[in-house]
Design a binder for this molecule. Sequence first.
Ligand SMILES: NC(=O)c1ccc[n+]([C@@H]2O[C@H](COP(=O)([O-])OP(=O)(O)OC[C@H]3O[C@@H](n4cnc5c(N)ncnc54)[C@H](OP(=O)(O)O)[C@@H]3O)[C@@H](O)[C@H]2O)c1
Length: 331
Amino acid sequence: MLAVQYARFGAAAEVAKLVEMPEPQTPGAGEALVQVERVAINPADLLRLEGRYGNNIAALPAFAGAEGVGRVVAVGPNVTRVKPGDRVLLHQYFAKIGIWRERLVMSAAALIVMPEADPSQLAMLSVNPATAFLMLTDFVTLRPGDWVVQNAANSAVGHWLVKLAGTMGLSLINVVRREEAAAELRAGGAIDVLVDGPDLADRIGAITEGKRPRLAIDAIGGEATQRLAASLAEGGTVVNYGLLSGEACRVAAHDTVFRDVALRGFWLQRWWIASNQGAIDGLYARLSSMVLSGALSVPVEAVYPLRQLKEALIHAGRPGRTGKIVMTVTA
Ligand SMILES: NC(=O)c1ccc[n+]([C@@H]2O[C@H](COP(=O)([O-])OP(=O)(O)OC[C@H]3O[C@@H](n4cnc5c(N)ncnc54)[C@H](OP(=O)(O)O)[C@@H]3O)[C@@H](O)[C@H]2O)c1
């Protein structure tokens, strides 16, 4: 059986290797054997391979891959939550091991059954859609018609925010760093799209006619955080969930002290730790039904077989993509 392993930290395409592994054991009590179907490549995977991901620096050698979708092949004694043939959501946090591999045995209690929807969309469901949904619901009480602003809006999380804000009746201002990305978002139906720049707050003020957003969603950090903070209404909240610039978030004292703008952080793993299984199941049932109905999907730029791991990782690290890179493990 093939799995993706790394024995040192470095550029993802250099350090991640396909290795031959023994087949997993027969599932024991409470466990399920899952055949992995499709997996997504996220910025967090690249950061983990580089040894730069939050407090989750792996002990080496380690197995790579955070999220995907698979199918239950067999279950051990006392398993009622899933049965053979069920399609299930996979995440490294629940599987306790990197999931870029052909098969794995894990606790059946942590498996969430998925509908028979597009496997690429399901492979991307556990992290980004949940992140987008919770950032819109858990920080600021919003009503239909309220303004929200986000940066890196052409990212996968950004696309989910566009779709989810639409279903919630929110007015979303989408900020990107280049004009081609703005054109792509507009073509996909986003209405207000701006290219980031020093006068961002003024341009947001003009769009909202002075009724400024109370929520800003920041994936970039550094000065980009400050440009969002300056665009908010008094008492507004910036939720930072990524550091794509590699720089710490900056917010001017003018905004924190005189305008009571707050900077908060969001990390999905903290939400999983704090939530019971009912809340987790409820969130993914809601999101997967939106994928099944076709209401929610995000662009995929390329699908590679797992055997083309190196090409897939190089492609995932390239700027200016128009969608996610996913890998097929078994068709
Ligand atoms: N906190 C959490 O729980 C959580 C959960 C999910 C994701 N995230 C984070 O969310 C971010 C987006 O993830 P994703 O999977 O949606 O990304 P993605 O689809 O792979 O897209 C990457 C995005 O980052 C932009 N970008 C890259 N470097 C940048 C820079 N230096 N300055 C500004 N923009 C830059 C790209 O813009 P171009 O198209 O112009 O290259 C693109 O919009 C990542 O930082 C990820 O780690 C956090």
